[in-house]
Design a protein around this ligand. Structure first.
Ligand code: F6P
Length: 546
């Protein structure tokens, strides 16, 4: 951390020294307007920070930190198409995927809108044509199923969004997602599919990822078990930046939907990687989702820091991580349709900001990304919420919920909403030993037993959470929610001065796996492997023979 920034961090630490022993119960008691003071809204979207352990002074100091770390200038550099991904010498322009020409985005002096519009039109036309049956297999049969073969950013965004917008996916083929190289995944997913009427989408930015290429090769062979060489091309499409790779694989260029090196894999779902989403809900809904993304992009680009939703979400995260010392963040959507949202944000955040060197290459001195995890409510309440309420670690939570459901079971929705509201309240306020004891005595328990049980039933409370609410999970609302988290990750990376857009950490494991795979295939000698690996491999090979 630069010396100039030390006073900003010191001011925040002084805030925490003051707040560490203050209970949220007392903060609310002293300031009944806390909700108004610590919540921000944009249309129907509200972020409620009132149950975070902050006060006005800390809030001001967080904003001062954002200013001092040049968040605004760094944000402007991204939108200007500067090569802010310095280790790969690339621009970071996923915002261009959901822009309109008037937004004026360009990379290396070249406007992005014509490229984006042409590709968007192509893949959305393709999606609608598959949905309405005007594109069929070579035999004129409708596609009944589509399998997206991709991993990481080429899988998680589409899976998450397809689940999230299930209510909008009423027509078209059934969608499946194959990511893992584990043959069990392939075997299970393809068991009931018909090769003649299954369309394969090979989704890989690089078109070199070993898991995806292995699955794609096996899947193409599976198609060929039913179709001839001249027919098979009609059952294939690729979503990739690597045209040479797709050609080598045998795909014709008109079945390749491209994107560009200025779109990171985990930020690519608004481009052709989003084709499965469009196949599920159609072009018009897809465009609504893009409009939701753009709505937050423009807000992020122009709103003052103190009113800027992604900036505030990021600053609260900085407070939890760097000042309170919380090492994880739980994302809890109270919406079954957002069941893959925690996994999606997990990759976006941890692959972006799981870094320990600054952009300059010097080591970071504080903490960077927390461990992101989560599960839908209310399921999570009946599995791990015990620890969040009474465990020894403080786990900050982002609670997410739409006010209106897209199904007719309103009584269920009301109960879900009651749980959503109850959890953040219980975490914040807890329950004192006195209250617990009184409750037990009231229920007729004898005093000695009530005294013994009281420590177990006491809730310390003072556990922080942010609540995010909006009207309804439409494609537009989904776009806004995702962009909110994307820009949050950007702001945190800017404050930590790390490169949020490379992922060298994934490489070491990949290289090691390739080397070991050569040994297993008998193409290289085990002697070059580490002794522990040699022994484990030997043990597994013995088990394979037995
Ligand atoms: O393993 C990391 C990663 O590089 C991710 O960043 C990316 O989303 C994923 O692999 C898949 O990469 P590709 O789309 O090139 O197959």
């Amino acid at each position: 951390m630069s010396k100039d920034l030390q006073p900003f961090w010191d001011a925040l630490k002084a805030d925490w020294a003051r707040l560490e022993h203050v209970h949220l119960r007392d903060m609310f008691a002293q300031s009944p307007d806390r909700f108004t003071d610590f919540s921000v809204s944009k249309d129907d979207l509200t972020l409620d920070f009132s149950k975070e352990r902050i006060d006005a002074n800390a809030w001001g100091n967080l904003l001062a930190l954002a200013k001092a770390t040049n968040v605004e200038a760094k944000r402007d550099a991204m939108f200007a198409g500067d090569h802010i991904n310095n280790t790969e010498d690339r621009a970071v322009m996923h915002v261009a995927l959901r822009a309109i020409a008037d937004d004026g985005y360009a990379v290396d002096g070249k406007a992005t809108a014509p490229l984006v519009d042409e590709t968007l039109e192509r893949f959305l036309t393709f999606a609608d044509a598959v949905r309405d049956g005007s594109i069929t297999n070579a035999r004129g049969q409708l596609f009944t199923d589509v399998v997206n073969i991709g991993i990481g950013g080429s899988d998680l965004g589409p899976v998450m969004a397809v689940n999230a917008t299930a209510a909008y996916g009423t027509e078209g083929p059934n969608l499946h997602f194959l990511a893992n190289v584990d043959g069990a995944d392939f075997t299970d997913k393809f068991a009931d599919l018909n090769p003649a009427t299954t369309l394969l989408l090979i989704a890989s930015k690089t078109f070199t990822t070993i898991e995806t290429m292995t699955n794609a090769t096996t899947a193409k062979d599976w198609l060929l078990s039913e179709l001839s060489e001249s027919e098979v091309g009609q059952n294939l499409a690729a979503l990739s930046t690597n045209l040479k790779g797709t050609q080598t694989f045998g795909l014709s260029d008109d079945r390749v939907f491209g994107f560009w090196d200025w779109v990171g894999g985990r930020y690519s779902m608004c481009g052709s990687i989003g084709l499965p989403i469009a196949l599920n809900m159609g072009a018009a809904n897809f465009r609504n989702m893009l409009a939701g993304f753009r709505d937050i992009d423009l807000h992020f680009r122009t709103a003052p820091l103190a009113e800027n939703l992604p900036v505030l979400l990021a600053l609260v995260g900085i407070w939890r991580r760097n000042i309170m010392g919380c090492s994880t963040l739980a994302i809890m959507p109270y919406d079954q349709r957002l069941d893959r949202f925690p996994a999606y944000v997990q990759q976006m955040d941890m692959e972006s900001n799981g870094k320990s060197v600054l952009k300059s290459g010097a080591p970071v001195t504080g903490e960077t990304a927390p461990v992101i995890w989560g599960e839908v409510g209310t399921n999570a309440q009946h599995s791990f919420f015990q620890l969040i309420h009474q465990g020894t670690s403080i786990v900050p939570v982002d609670f997410i919920m739409g006010a209106n459901p897209d199904h007719p079971l309103h009584a269920h929705h009301d109960l879900l909403m009651a749980n959503f509201l109850a959890q953040s309240e219980a975490l914040a306020l807890g329950k004192t030993t006195k209250a617990v004891q009184a409750e037990m005595l009231d229920s007729g328990m004898d005093a000695a037993r009530a005294k013994d049980l009281a420590p177990h039933r006491t809730f310390e409370g003072n556990r922080p959470s942010t609540s995010i609410v909006y009207d309804k999970l439409t494609p537009f609302a989904l776009g806004r929610l995702i962009a909110l988290y994307e820009h949050k990750v950007f702001v945190q990376g800017a404050i930590w001065d790390i490169n949020s857009f490379d992922q060298w950490g994934v490489e070491l494991g990949k290289q090691a796996a390739n080397q070991i795979a050569s040994v297993i295939a008998g193409k290289a000698s085990a002697i070059d492997l580490h002794v522990s690996t040699q022994n484990l491999l030997k043990r597994m090979q013995e088990l394979q023979k037995s």
